[in-house]
Ligand binder design. Sequence first.
Ligand code: PEP
Ligand code: MG
Length: 844
Amino acid sequence: MQNNQTSGFTEITPTAEIETSLHGGRAKCLQRLIRLDMPVPRTVALDFGSVHGVSAGELPDLDAMLALFGPDPLVSVRPSSEDPDWGGPGAILNIGMNDKVHAHLVNSHGETAANALYLRFIQSYAVHVGRLDPDEFDALTTPSADTLREALDLYEEETDEYFPQDPKVQLAEILRSMARAWEGTTARLLRQAKGAPADAGLGLVVQQMVLGVGQGICGSGVIQFVNGTTGHREIRGRYLCKSQGRDALADAEDRDVMYLTKDPRGRSIEEVLPQSFADLVRYGEFCRARLREEMEIEFTIENEQLFILDAVRVPRSERANVRIAVGLAKDDIITRSDAVMRIPPRALAELLHSQVDPDGKRDHFASGIAASPGAATGKMVFNARAAQTLASQGENCILVRRETSPEDIRGMHAAKGILTIRGGITSHAAVIARGLGLPCVVGAGDLTLDKRNGKLRSAEGRELREGDVITIDGSAGEALVGAVDMMSPELGESFQTLMTWADEFRDIGVRANADTPPDARNARMFAAEGIGLCRTEHMFIDDDRLLAMREMIFADHTDDRRAALDRLLPMQRADFTELFEIMQGQPVCIRLFDPPLHEFLPHGREGLRELAEALDLPLKDVERRVAGLREFNPMLGMRGVRLGVTVPEIYDMQARAIFEATVEASKSGAPVVPEVMIPLVSAKREVEIVKARVDAVAAAVRIEQGADFTYRLGVMVETPRAALRAGEIAQHASFMSFGTNDLTQMTYGLSRDDAGRFMGEYVSQGVYEEDPFHMLDADGVGELLEIGAERGRAENDDLTLSICGEHGGNPESIRFCRDAGFDYVSCSPFRVPVARLAAAHLAI
Ligand code: PEP
Ligand code: MG
C-alpha cells in the first residue's frame, strides 16, 4: 500500500487514511464502497495538498503510482472536491492509451473497440491538455483506422508535437490541467457561488480502467433505487452495451441499450446477467443502510464481470428529498433529527406550491422580484374587476398592475397570480400574495403597461395583449409567455411526518398572519400555534362594508360616525367569531385598524361619482372631503394608534366586536383569550389612552352579556421610538410584537412601496448586503429589536415578545429572534412550515 508521506498519493484500501476534508467526497465514498466489499477497481487518491502542489509543478511519484496498475496501465482520473456540488473538472478516461496498447487491444478486444478507446482518449487529451477546440473533433466519430489517423494528425498539426506515448507524460499533463482548471477564476467564482470557501481544495482519484468494450458482454451504466423526482423507491437507470463512463446517460437513440429490469421492449441485465443484477441490488441496499443515503451507482461490466466505479448521492427534487429523508428515518437508518436537518427550510416552498417544471420550456418575458413562491398560468387582466369577471366564468387569470392597492384585494383573491411593475418585497401586492399563497412577481420595472390599448410591453419591445396567457414564476421572479409544464404541490404523508418531527425539536413558537377565515384555515392546516397578526383593515374591502366605512369617514358628527360604525359592528363581530371558532381556543392577536383612512376612498373620477351617489351628497362635497383627507406622507400620517386617539369610536367598535365575539365563540368551543394589538405606537401615553377605552368597552360587554372573559392588550413596535421607549410602554402591555416592515421602513427612512426601484442597484453595488425588507437588517433594525426586547422585559418580565413583519418567516430572522429570547414568530400561513423547520434546525 502506498501512502502520501513518501509518494504524494494514497492507495484507497479499507484501512487507508482517507478523509473527506483532505481527499474529497469521492475518494471517501470509494473507500466506503471498498469497505463494503464491492468490486471497485484499484484506486489511488491525491489529497488537496498534492493537487495544489501539482499546479505549482510538484508531481507525485508517478512511476510508483503507475506501477500499481501493472504493465501498460490504463487509468481514469476523476475530481474529488469536499462537496460534490462544488464541481470540478470532468473525468478523463483511458489514460495510457498509445500505439502499443492500441495494438494489444486490437488483438484482445477487436479493432473497433481498440480504435474507439484510443480515439476517445486523443480527443479528451487534445481538448483538456492541448486546449484544442472540441468542435474540430466533431466529425471524427467513426472508430476506424482512418479516423484514428486523422485525429492523431489533427493533434500534431495543431500542437506541433507528436501525441505523447508515455503514460507517465500523459498522466502528468492531465493532473496538471485538472489542478489548474480548479484554480482558474471562473471555476473559483462558480464554486464560491455554491458556498465553497475561497481556499476550497481539489482532490483527485486515479482508478484502473475497466474497459466496458470488447467482445463478450460489456458495457456501462448507472443504477438508482429511488425516483429522483418523486422520492418513491423504484429501480431506475440506464445501461449501454459497449460503452464507458457515463455514456449511458447521453442520448442513446440508436445505440445498444439494455434495460436494467425485465422489460417487454428488450433484453435486460436482470435476465441476461441475473447474478450481476442481484449484486447491484444488494450494493444499493448496502449504500442505503451503511452510507445512510440513496446512491446512484456507476458500474461497468467487462466480459460478464461487474465492477463498481463510483457512487454519488442520487440527484433529486426537494420533494423527493423529503420522502427519502423520512423513509431513511422510518427505517432507522438515520435519526429523526438527521432527517429534519437534511431538508433546507426554504426548500419546502417547492412542496407547498405548484412549480414550473424545471425540465419544461420557458419563454421568458420579464424579470422582477420573486415576492411570493409558486407558479400559475392564466389570462392576463389589467384590473381587479376583470379578474373577478374571469374567475366567475371559471377561467384562470393573472392580475397585472402597475402596483396594487387595497381596492384590488378582491381581484387578487380572484386571480391565480400577480405581476406588478412597481413595488418591493413588502409592497402591498407582495404581502397580500404571500398571505394568500399566490405566486407573485413585483417590481418588474422593465415592463410598460398600456392600459388604454390593453397592451403589456417588455424591455425588448415584445408586446402581449390583455387576455393573452402568461405564467408567473414567483419562485424565480419571472413572467413567461404562455402556459408551461407544472409540478403540483406535495403535502403528503412524508411532509406531514417531517413537520411533526420538526415540532418535537423546536423551541420557539410559530404563529400565522391571518386576516380572513380562509387564511385561518390555512394557518391551522400548517399547524400554526395561533394567529400572530390579524390585519383587520382587510375585512373592510367587501362592497357593503366599504360603503359603511366610507360613510363613517365622511361623517361630520360623532353620532353619524357611530351610526356607520353600528352597521360595521355586527359584520366585524361575525368575522371575529368565525376566526375564533376556526382557531379553537388558540391565541388570536387582532390588530386594531391601521391604515390611513384615505386608502378607503375612491381615487378616480368615476369612483368619486359613485360614492357621491351612494352617500347622496353633491360630488363637490365628496371631492372636497377626499381632498381634505389627502396627506403628503400618509404612511407617516394619520394612521394606526393616531386614528385610535383622535377618532376613538373606530377602536371602540372593534374592541366591542372582539369581546362580543369572544363571549359568543366561548359558548360553543374552547374559551377564547383574544389579544388586542395597538399599531404604530411611539409614546406611552397613546397606550394609556387606548387601554383605558378598551378596558371600558370590556367592562361594558361583561355587564351587558353577563359573561366573564379575559383578554390581553399589547402593542406593535413599528417605530424606532417605540423600541427605544419600550421600557415605559411595556408597563401597559402584556405583549410586544415587532412589526419589522414599518420598523425597517422607518429605521432606514426607506419607503417599503418604492424601494424596489433602486434596491437591485443598491444590493449589486454592495450598499446593502440584502434587501432589508426581505432579510432582517441585524445590525440596525436588529439592534432596535434587541433594545426593545431588553428594555421591555426589564420593566415587565411577563412580556411576550414576537415578530410579525414579513421577516417572521425568514430562517435567518428566526435565528435572530430566538437568540434575542422571543417567544414566537408570526408569518404568512404558507411560510409557517418553513418557519417551523427553520426553528427546529436552530434547536438541533
Ligand atoms: C409591519 O409593519 O411589520 C406589519 C406587520 O404591519 P403592516 O405590514 O400591516 O404595516
Ligand atoms: Mg405595519
